[in-house]
Design a protein around this ligand. Structure first.
Ligand code: SF4
Length: 474
């Protein structure tokens, strides 16, 4: 029995898919890259952009055609809005919230697929008594109705052992949901309110991945730096969590880099930056979404911070973490974003000189508050603004990358580069580095490179410490 999952959207979905894989493989299914031969096909959906939702519909239409000639089961989970959920119920065999993943084997059992997980002490009549709806084939299926409080359900989900996709990179979820309600975003409606994961579980998972040899570990959440606030003092806050991670890093005597994404400017404090500065294993790279460089637009976005607040945090980063790289997210063409307001965003980029900016063209998502407003910036204008900001970004990335020429940097090898005979890697600041190598250096190996040239979004280097590079493996 084979399975295939299409994972759309952000790192949170990618991290969730590692737990989905564990559950499915526990039922005896094996992964296939070829969806045509899969018996179980699933999608982890993303509701951030319409394009992602369109992909869900086109993929399930194709899979449902296959149902005329073969027996297969389809499911969808991830970030799904209530309106889409209703439509998905008619198209997929199973629709479930990620927090219901521990019950997935029971759901599959309803389709008569026998697996070691499916033979549990819960009977079908027990499930049926909860009033499952009937899917489009007339088969009873598990509903989205919550049978346990959300906190317990998500804790069950977190306790699942992930099947890490990468050999050197692991994502550790530290919270679920979001309380911020930015007007352009549907996450608070798809994932619910913020729930922090117990810190002892996070630290246990961290130790496990470090001991297995993972080198890049990302603490994941929609608002990582509000971690613990929902527990009102009964849990560590985010700076304290980082300190615990840092202390473990010191004791472990292993080399690894820990990142976190995404923090919210509203909850960013000097304590967070001081913790990053104090410990070697906490990577000196900060991803801080700005979204806009104009106060009125930020108010309409309900971002709860001003441009001055944002700039103040950037000054703190420069002061407490000199040399750290700074990444951001920007939206162009948000409803009502005037030429002058757009220009203010460009000015913010000019002032901060980001090392990377993920610039997205605004499109309304049903369910998000801004979807009720006119999407009044013409697409051509949005594209022009994207182009202007990309040029602005490139001016700063090339300048920074050139400043690395002649320096010796520690680089983590991530795999083969597109250029024949070259490998790719990342610096601690997540700058992409390419270097020529005839030796088979394993992904997950640290090498020391002398930087020889720079391009807008990468640099090139030469190995300067072959002994280290060829002996250290994952
Ligand atoms: S902070 Fe804003 S953009 Fe981020 S998940 Fe929450 S609502 Fe969405």
């Amino acid at each position: 029995m084979k399975y295939f999952i299409l994972t759309l959207g952000c790192q949170m979905n990618k991290s969730d898919s590692e737990r989905v894989r564990t559950v499915i493989e526990g039922m005896g299914y094996g992964w296939t890259d070829n969806e045509e031969e899969a018996d179980l096909l699933g999608i982890l959906a993303c509701s951030v952009r319409q394009k992602s939702i369109d992909k869900v519909y086109s993929r399930i239409a194709r899979w449902n055609k296959r149902k005329n000639s073969s027996s297969l089961i389809t499911f969808v989970s991830g970030c799904v809005l209530p309106a889409d959920r209703e439509k998905f119920l008619k198209l997929f065999d199973l629709v479930f919230a990620m927090s219901e993943l521990p019950e997935f084997p029971d759901m599959i059992r309803q389709y008569g697929v026998v697996s070691k997980f499916a033979v549990s002490n819960r009977t079908q009549s027990q499930l049926a008594s909860k009033g499952e709806p009937v899917n489009y084939q007339g088969t009873p299926m598990t509903s989205l109705k919550l049978v346990m409080p959300p906190v317990e359900r998500i804790r069950d989900f977190w306790s699942l052992q992930p099947s890490y996709i990468s050999e050197y990179e692991a994502f550790i979820p530290i919270q679920n949901g979001c309380d911020k309600f930015c007007t352009f975003c549907a996450v608070p409606y798809t994932r619910g309110r913020e729930i922090s994961r117990p810190s002892e579980e996070i630290l246990a998972e961290l130790k496990q991945v470090v001991e297995k040899g993972y080198k890049v570990i990302t603490l994941l959440g929609q608002n990582v730096n509000s971690y613990g606030l929902d527990k009102h003092g009964a849990e560590l806050n985010f700076p304290a969590l980082l300190q615990s991670v840092g202390e473990y890093g010191k004791l472990s005597r292993r080399e690894f880099w820990v990142y976190f994404t995404s923090p919210h400017p509203r909850d960013m404090s000097d304590e967070v930056l001081e913790a990053v500065a104090a410990y070697e294993c906490l990577a000196k790279q900060i991803h801080l979404p700005a979204q806009s460089g104009d106060d009125k637009v930020l108010i309409r976005m309900n971002r709860k911070h001003s441009v001055a607040d944002y700039s103040h945090i950037i000054s703190s980063i420069r002061r407490l973490l000199p040399g750290a790289t700074v990444f951001t997210d920007i939206i162009v063409g948000f409803t009502g974003d005037s030429e002058q307001q757009f220009e203010n965003t460009r000015k913010l980029m000019e002032a901060v000189k980001f090392n990377m900016a993920y610039i997205a063209i605004y499109s309304p998502r049903p369910g998000a508050a801004s979807s009720r407003w006119d999407d009044d910036i013409p697409i051509q204008v949005k594209k022009e603004r994207l182009h202007i900001l990309t040029e602005e970004l490139t001016r700063h990335t090339i300048e920074y990358n050139r400043s690395l020429i002649g320096k010796k940097l520690k680089v983590l090898v991530t795999g083969k580069d597109r250029k024949p005979g070259y490998l790719s890697g990342i610096t601690e600041g997540r700058i992409v580095v390419r270097f020529a190598s005839t030796a088979p250096v394993m992904p997950g190996t640290f090498v020391w490179l002398g930087i020889t040239s720079a391009a807008p979004y990468s640099v090139e280097g030469e190995v300067v410490n072959k002994e280290v590079s060829l002996q250290t493996t994952v």
